[in-house]
Design a protein around this ligand. Structure first.
Ligand code: PMP
Length: 443
């Protein structure tokens, strides 16, 4: 397998030659929060796959739901006014639970095409309102919004732009709220007013009548689990309302119990104009994402289209097997997983916070089952880990040797997103093994 992989499989977001040197690690099976590799080694998945297996692995009821749907009706297109029961029911269930009037659901295959779809719907919305010149988008530095051509434009991590040559001249960034390394300092109120001022200034520069929408992650994930101060997201929502631009919450990571509630927007009680979700929607068992649209966005698009079709759709939009899985996963969340996730999230945050006394730990941050530990060599000066120690793969490898799968970000940040089904003992092991990784890195 290692040899075949080397020769033929192109891995996502990996060095085209890096994994050739190390060789692929093949996973064979998984149960709960534990995965087993091809050599029979068991590891705790501290990252729920790629922040997605929120419910944990191996739920028989989910497998059964998929099998039943495959037997009965494995595929139905949504084109030609056709449909299937599972996606219709799922849309209704999501609309019922989503904040405010996010009552209209467009199903995608994952997060990137959900973001892409939202961009297309927003362009259509402004056309329908007679303002097609509103074609500029603003997002936040260190944000991640997917890897398709448009979504990668909103993504503010350089590796997703460099060398790809896609015209990204319609997208703009404001600085992140990243409290640990913020030029305005760590004070919450100062960070919030700096972000609001930056959004207003950026809109003014672009021309306020040119701005279509502002995208945020309620907690920035791939940028290093950056948690905004309380009040930040509400202030940004309000600023968008004042500026007359759409506010989009990209909840691809944060939804479905990752931070505690079903949707992270609930934390401050805000209602976005559009929301994107994926990952935890199906808990990684099958691919699916969605765009949730508020009433005014949906109605404006509908009126703009009139009798014409809105020309946006995929063969696998609203896939019945994915929808059947999502319906079952939703039952699991509400049948105890959200509660367990909240309890274990508090345990995880507490356990990681206790690592703050380690000489290598500069910052510990997170909410619920989403966390990060940022490593530095000098706590006073916040000196980032030098390249040799930072080397993402070395931290990842070290954790692996301890029986723990973590994400290690390139900038020396360890990321955590364990399945919500973790037990006390598993959370404690994640923390203990992290301490071992830190001690080994110090040596
Ligand atoms: N938006 C956010 C906030 C994400 O974290 C991700 C994936 N990590 C995406 C969009 C893209 O989702 P996908 O990888 O499913 O295409």
């Amino acid at each position: 397998l290692v040899e075949l992989d080397r020769r033929h499989l192109v891995h996502p977001v990996s060095s085209f030659h890096g994994h050739e040197a190390r060789g692929v690690r093949v996973l064979r099976s998984a149960r709960g929060a534990t995965v087993t590799d091809s050599e029979g080694r068991e590891l705790i998945d501290g990252f729920a796959g790629l922040w997605c297996v929120n419910a944990g692995y191996g739920h028989e009821s989910v497998i059964e739901a998929a099998a039943t749907q495959m037997r009965d009706l494995p595929y139905a297109t949504g084109y030609f006014d056709l449909g299937a029961e599972a996606p219709i029911r799922l849309a209704a269930e999501l609309a019922e639970r989503a904040p405010g009037d996010l009552d209209h659901v467009y199903f995608c295959l994952g997060g990137s095409d959900a973001v892409d779809s939202s961009i297309r719907f927003i362009r259509y919305y402004w056309h329908a309102r007679g303002q097609p010149e509103r074609d500029q988008f603003i997002s936040v530095a260190q944000g991640y919004h997917g890897s398709t051509s448009a979504g990668a434009g909103l993504t503010a991590l350089p590796v997703f732009h460099e060398g790809f040559g896609v015209p990204y001249d319609w997208q703009h960034k404001i600085p992140s709220h990243y409290a640990y390394r913020n030029p305005v300092g760590p004070d919450d109120a100062a960070i919030i007013s700096a972000s609001v001022a930056a959004l207003r200034a950026r809109a003014e520069e672009i021309g306020p009548e040119r701005v279509a929408a502002f995208y945020v992650e309620p907690i920035q994930g791939s940028g290093g689990v950056l948690v905004p101060p309380k009040g930040w997201i509400k202030a940004m929502r309000d600023a968008c309302t004042e500026l007359g631009i759409l506010f989009v919450a990209d909840e691809v990571i944060t939804a479905f119990g990752r931070t505690g509630p079903l949707f992270a927007c609930e934390y401050e009680g805000i209602v976005p104009d559009l929301m994107t979700v994926a990952k935890g929607l199906t808990s990684g068992y099958v691919p699916m994402g969605a765009v949730l649209m508020s009433e005014h966005v949906y109605q404006t698009i509908a009126e703009g289209a009139g009798p014409r079709a809105v020309g946006h759709g995929f063969t696998y939009s609203a896939h019945p097997v994915s929808a059947a899985v999502a319906l079952e996963v939703l039952k699991l969340y509400e049948g105890g997983l959200l509660d367990n996730g909240r309890r274990q999230g508090a345990r995880l945050q507490q356990g990681l916070a206790a690592l703050a006394d380690h000489p290598l730990v500069g910052d510990v941050r997170g909410r619920g089952m989403l966390a990060a530990v940022e490593l530095v060599t000098d706590k006073e000066k916040k000196t980032p880990l030098p390249a040799a120690l930072d080397a993402a793969t070395r931290l990842f490898d070290r954790a692996w040797e301890q029986g723990l799968i973590l994400r290690s970000f390139a900038q020396g940040v360890l990321g955590y997103a364990p399945p919500l089904c973790c037990t006390d003992a598993e959370i404690d092991r994640i923390v203990e093994r992290t301490r071992k990784v830190l001690d080994l890195t110090l040596e």
